[in-house]
Design a protein around this ligand. Structure first.
Ligand code: FDA
Length: 402
């Protein structure tokens, strides 16, 4: 049986980072993954350009049952540190919007950077390797693996679980990390899909299906949380950055509210239009403010509640009616039925309970030598490069102690 100082399960963003840091400290490191290549989610991320961090990363960008858990690691390895690494490899990048940094070229450059650093640090990487039984020994762990038909067993002092969450199973995502945590008596916060499109029930879908493809800037709110970004109507519900963001805060049975005309006073605009262009139809005025299909839909919905033609010429619309139109535009209420689930979710909400781990070392309090990093933990970032920054920061932290 070959022995290593450190075995890391999962060669994604967090596992690669932890492997590099542990290797740099002179540890012998074996990095295992069942996928055909390391960093597959990095490769497909950010539309192929990898939104590798966010200039404005702060603890407020993360959800967790313990919002303070992420603070220490994010301070010890910041967005500036990762940007420095990217620059040291000569990878060109740009800020797309809201502090989101993307490669100018391809996300493969980030995978290449990590693999090069791994190789410099002497990390042994084995992909296409299925992980079997993990056992606790007196002084470490044994890990049974299978590759092609060959079986093997390795032992290590420190075992790092970096197997991510179950989002996008067809990419090799599994709930392996949760099962292992439970096996060692650790609590797991119920995982659910996050950064995911929302879906409508049949009745709502029938009414809104013709809007599929319409997109606009909006402010989407759920309770006290709001996001101002783009919104997209789909064939099954709503998507776009504003919806993905709010999905992390939405629970079944809750309504979301959408401001379709952010930062503008719809009532004042409508009143002005009535006095300046009384002969125009409401639908023409609304079409100047919103995508035409959406404007027509709003007028039709209002008329359905009253009578056909009730929201026609501007001159015929009372202040009361204009207020109703303004509310339909500024506070559109919708009750999603569900989400598209793990099939398309970018991340997982929940995971290994942070109370089980040290926020300094990421070692399990009950199981010395066992570490959890990255998405497998109950720490979930907003959309915009925050999830990778968490993977880098938690991987870096654990890499200093394994
Ligand atoms: P990650 O999922 O990256 O790695 C886990 C690894 O473990 C995988 O390689 C997997 O094969 C392996 N594994 C799982 N089970 C195993 C088992 N049983 N045995 C062996 N190996 C196993 N974030 C961001 O900040 N910017 C972005 O642009 C994007 N874009 C994006 C697009 C899409 C389509 C998705 C799905 C996700 C994103 N994300 C993102 C989120 C980001 O990809 C995610 O938060 C990180 O990859 C999490 O890193 P981890 O290393 O924790 O898990």
């Amino acid at each position: 049986m070959t022995s290593y100082d450190v075995i890391i399960l999962g060669a994604g963003a967090a596992g690669l980072m932890a492997a590099i840091e542990a290797g740099k400290r002179g540890r012998s490191v074996l990095l295992l993954d069942h996928a055909k290549a390391a960093g597959e989610k990095i490769r497909i991320s950010g539309g192929g350009r990898c939104n590798f961090t966010n200039l404005h990363t702060a603890p407020a960008n993360f959800l967790s049952q313990n919002p303070r858990f992420c603070v220490s690691a994010l301070k010890r390895y910041t967005q500036r540190d990762f940007i420095g690494l990217v620059e040291s490899h000569g990878i060109a990048y740009h800020e797309k919007t809201l502090g989101q940094l993307f490669c100018d070229g391809s996300s493969k450059q980030i995978v290449g950077l990590l693999l090069e650093e791994c190789s410099r640090a002497g990390v042994e990487l084995r992909v296409r390797t299925r992980v079997g039984r993990v056992e606790r020994l007196d002084d470490g762990f044994s890990v049974a693996v299978e590759r092609d038909e060959a079986r093997d067993k390795f032992i290590c002092h420190s075992l790092v679980i970096a197997t991510g969450g179950p989002s996008i199973p067809k990419m090799g995502a599994t709930g392996f990390g949760y099962d292992l945590a439970r096996k060692f008596g650790m609590k797991v916060v119920e995982p659910s899909a996050a950064l995911v499109p929302l879906t409508f029930d049949e009745t709502t879908l029938r009414k809104l299906k013709h809007l599929a493809g319409v997109s606009l800037d909006a402010v989407v709110s759920c309770g006290k949380t709001s996001f101002a970004e783009a919104l997209l109507f789909t064939h099954r519900g709503l998507s776009g950055p504003a919806i993905l963001q709010i999905s992390s805060y939405w629970h079944p049975g809750r309504e979301i509210s959408v401001d379709l005309l952010p930062q503008r006073d719809a009532f004042a605009i409508l009143k002005q239009a009535r006095s300046e262009r009384p002969k125009q139809e409401l639908k023409s005025i609304l079409s100047e403010l919103l995508p035409r299909r959406l404007a027509l839909h709003i007028v039709e919905s209002l008329e359905e509640e009253e009578t056909p033609g009730a929201f026609g010429r501007m001159a015929d619309l009372s202040d009361k009616k204009l207020r109703r139109v303004a509310v339909a535009v500024k506070d559109w209420r919708i009750m999603p039925q569900g989400t598209e689930g793990f099939r398309t979710a970018e991340v997982t909400l929940g995971g290994v309970d942070t109370n089980e781990l040290s926020s300094k070392t990421f070692e399990a309090k009950k199981v010395p030598g066992l570490y959890f990093i990255g998405e497998v933990i109950d720490v979930t970032g907003h959309l915009g490069g925050f999830n990778f920054q968490w993977a880098w920061a938690s991987g870096f932290a654990a890499g200093q102690y394994v």
